[in-house]
Write a protein that binds this ligand. Structure first.
Ligand code: KG4
Ligand code: ZN
Length: 375
């Protein structure tokens, strides 16, 4: 008989619920995104996020159970994101998870959101019939995080057995997360929110266009596996300010966005070759930085594989660069699908399984921890 865990995720701007069997088989995964609510503010507004989670949590959980063909009483345990994330947003999922666990007399498993992102990679690998060999280096790169971990296990074949994993933080961003840099650069260029998907496509369309400016490698004093993206974002800002000709097209794109024209096909004709070249150069710099530091870490630690997860892992150039560089270094690289890259609850239910098996449970005193560390 399999162990079926209901996962609940509400750490940022996605309300999500999923049922996963034995930490591997996704029986259902439902995500209610709040992008349309936060778009006009150019970023996630915590207060609005909490209110929207409150509206969505009950129907989203109900839908996840229905899609899995289950009743609440069929669930073996409830896994809920404890942190890191926005405190008011986390509290909605935690309170609901706690209430369900209490009312049903089921175990409650507290999950670290970042461990969820690691498990998203394993879920995808399992679907593809692959197994990621450990120790691995895992890059979690999203709108809220850019962090490198070493992932190890004591047991063999952790992906298949659900053995508990051990994590060691190798480096992290000292300022903006990579996704945040995408979002800020898109905003200053009049390309809307979120920035990642549109900049990804514009950069692809710019292939062959010459760069109007060159961005160098960010040197890090101290830990060379740390990241920094705010200098790059500021360099884009200064370049745009110093070159007045960007102003007119930015204004036109902002006008288009105000009319709801935010699709790639609508924005591309409003971008000059110079803008496309700038976007491409920005993306080159981000990708180069993420790939180089991750590969350096893998080399230093003699890792078996590289795992890449989080919203920015959906980036096509990042994927291609990792595939190429990892192959050259004789390493296997693993990504989640796009749906599993961004925040979802299947990854939370999968991470909950290994914790459940290790007997890591929470009681009714469980509270949100906005800066919960992964260890
Ligand atoms: O993991 P996620 O859904 O939420 C958190 O931030 O936790 O990631 C969202 C972030 C946003 O900053 C978005 O701009 C970025 O991921 N993103 C991308 C792409 N798709 C989403 N960045 C670069 N390229 C993409 N294709
Ligand atoms: Zn996330």
């Amino acid at each position: 008989m399999s162990t079926r865990i209901l996962g609940i995720e509400s750490s940022c701007d996605e309300t999500a619920a999923a049922v996963v069997a034995d930490g591997r088989e996704i029986l259902s995964s439902v995500v209610a995104s709040q992008i349309d609510i936060h778009r006009k503010y150019g970023g996630v507004v915590p207060e609005l996020a909490s209110r929207e989670h409150l509206r969505q949590i009950v129907p989203v959980v109900r839908e996840a159970l229905m899609q899995a063909g289950m009743k609440l009483s069929d669930v073996d345990a409830i896994g809920v994101t404890q942190g890191p994330g926005l405190v008011g947003a986390l509290l909605v999922g935690i309170t609901y998870g706690k209430t369900l666990a209490q009312a049903l007399g089921k175990p409650l498993v507290p999950v670290n959101h970042l461990e969820g992102h690691v498990h998203a990679v394993f879920l995808e690998a399992h679907k593809a019939g692959r197994a990621a060999r450990l120790p691995a280096v895992c890059l979690i790169v999203s709108g809220g995080h850019t962090v490198l971990y070493e992932v190890k296990t004591e047991g063999a074949n952790a992906q298949e057995t659900g053995a508990k994993l051990n994590y060691r933080k190798l480096g992290q961003t000292r300022d903006d997360a990579a996704g945040e840099a995408y979002d800020k650069v898109a905003k200053l260029l009049g390309l809307g929110y979120p920035g990642g998907p549109i900049l990804d496509r514009l950069a692809a369309a710019a292939s062959g266009t010459s760069a109007p400016v060159k961005f160098g490698v960010t040197k890090m004093k101290g830990n060379a596996l740390d990241f920094s993206f705010s200098g790059l974002k500021t360099a884009v800002l200064y370049h745009v300010r110093e070159n007045g000709e960007y102003g007119e097209e930015i204004r036109k794109r902002e006008e288009a966005l105000a009319h709801g024209e935010r699709k790639f096909e609508q924005l591309l004709p409003l971008c000059s070759p110079k803008t496309l070249g700038l976007v491409r150069e920005f993306q080159n710099a981000v990708v180069r930085d993420l790939v180089e530091r991750t590969l350096n870490a893998a080399e230093q630690l003699s890792s078996e594989s590289i795992l890449v997860s989080g919203g920015v892992a959906a980036n096509s150039q990042l994927r291609a660069a990792f595939e190429e560089r990892a192959k050259a270094a004789g390493l296997e690289v693993f990504f989640p699908s796009r749906a599993l890259s961004t925040d979802n609850a299947a990854m939370i239910a999968a991470a909950a399984y290994s914790r459940f098996r290790a007997g890591i449970l929470a009681d009714t005193s469980l509270n949100a921890d906005p800066s919960l560390a992964l260890a």
